[in-house]
Write a protein that binds this ligand. Structure first.
Ligand SMILES: Cc1ncc(COP(=O)(O)O)c(C=O)c1O
Length: 390
């Protein structure tokens, strides 16, 4: 039977590669999963007050279709959070979604037409390219210097064409951990303004930074058209509950988008209502689990990066945020990065993700691993990676 060309091109390396691991697991091989950016699969849990808010909502009968834009108390609390970060928003500017993933799909659907180009940081989180392609557009990667977390402005300028509609920023970044400085963000906003581009900024890791203060896009955006994407999967430890949001700033250039994106929200009815109550509690309740989470991650990051850089044949820049290491494979006797990852999986049972899954231009020749497990698990996995490299 017929299948659309659009859907045939969709890829998600992080989960696609796990199919290989599951096959081996079925044959009895023990696998250490270092492929997926989900803290909840490595022992972290949402705080008790947040779990209780979810079950309370269910028990108290909040089990019906929610309003499409999201619970008004939650939108207010989200607006307060984003305002503290510097973005000029009110509750009317917020749309609650089933994760950043759905938010990204809605925004891409609303701005990309066949042949349009969208600039994305290379290497990129795969859905940015997949959704652009799904709607007939062309993702164009721009270069980022990973040693000092700086976007290459000349490269961006060269890659802007008459078909470019938007520039996407992800800070802190997946898979590289790069965190853009205030100056870099300002430079990017200026370029976007010169060319009348939307700025789509994903700040899902906004509170997971290790070395420097995080700066949100709102701080430098003024009245440029900003579409901010954020969610509860990472900092708020609610990945499985699927909740996120879009915040528009007050830019006049967003008028059409603000009118049209809510139509997509209405077509898909609503997001999960009990989870919206949990998200509300997660923003209003105590925040003291976050520094502990970040400090655990920092120790794991320091350990992982030191070990990787101590291995012959690997080099890894220091991720400034999020929870991913993205080492470069210096002399890959396995051929491609995917063969390296499959070799490591088959011989040592360690599942990572091939760098080319994050874009061939800047991702090839690398692999991505999470540093979410505790140090004994990381130590054993890194020992095996070291043995594999030999
Ligand atoms: C940059 C980035 N954006 C979005 C997501 C997915 O977010 P959500 O769980 O809210 O759909 C991820 C998950 O890894 C991510 O790394």
């Amino acid at each position: 039977m017929k299948i659309s060309q659009r859907v045939a091109g969709v890829e998600y390396a992080i989960r696609d590669i796990a199919l290989e691991a599951r096959k081996l697991q079925k044959q009895g091989k023990e696998i250490t999963y270092l492929n997926i950016g989900d803290p909840l699969q490595y022992g972290f849990q949402p705080p008790e007050n947040v779990k209780e808010a979810l079950t309370r909502a269910v028990k108290e009968g909040q089990n019906y279709y929610a309003v499409s834009e999201g619970l008004s108390e939650l939108r207010e609390e989200i607006a307060k959070k984003e305002k503290r970060k510097g973005l000029a928003v009110t509750d009317d500017d917020v749309l609650v979604t089933n994760g950043v993933s759905e938010a990204l799909e809605m925004i891409t659907a609303s701005i990309v037409e066949p042949g349009d180009e969208v600039l994305i940081p290379g290497p990129y989180y795969p859905p940015y390219a997949s959704y652009v392609r799904l709607f007939g557009g062309i993702p164009i990667e721009f270069s980022v210097d990973l040693h000092n977390s700086t976007p290459d402005l000349d490269d961006i300028r060269k890659k802007i064409s008459s078909r470019t509609v938007a520039i996407c920023l992800i800070s802190p970044n997946n898979p590289t951990g790069a965190v853009f400085s205030e100056k870099s963000l300002k430079d990017l906003v200026d370029i976007a303004n010169e060319h009348d581009l939307y700025i789509i900024c994903d700040e899902i890791y906004d509170q997971i930074v290790f070395d420097e203060k995080f700066v949100g896009i709102g701080k430098v955006s003024g009245d440029s058209p900003i579409v901010l994407l954020n969610g509860f999967s990472k900092v708020h430890l609610m990945s499985g509950w699927r909740i996120g949001y879009i915040s528009f700033n007050q830019s006049k250039k967003l008028e059409a988008l603000r009118e049209n994106v809510p139509k997509l929200a209405r077509v898909r009815i609503a997001t999960n209502l009990p989870v919206q109550y949990a998200a509300l509690e997660s923003l209003k309740g105590p925040q003291n689990y976050i520094p502990k989470f970040v400090s655990d991650l920092k120790k794991r990051r320091d350990y992982t990066i030191k070990r990787l850089n101590g291995m012959n044949g690997l080099s890894c820049s220091n991720p400034k945020g999020a929870f991913y290491a993205f080492p470069k494979i210096e002399n890959n006797r396995y051929g491609s990065d995917k063969e390296f990852v499959l070799g490591l999986l088959k011989s040592k049972g360690i599942l990572t993700v091939h760098g080319s899954g994050f874009g061939t231009q800047y991702g090839s020749g690398h692999f991505r691993m999470v540093f979410l497990p505790d140090i004994p698990v990381l130590e054993s996995a890194l020992d095996k990676i070291e043995e594999f490299i030999g």
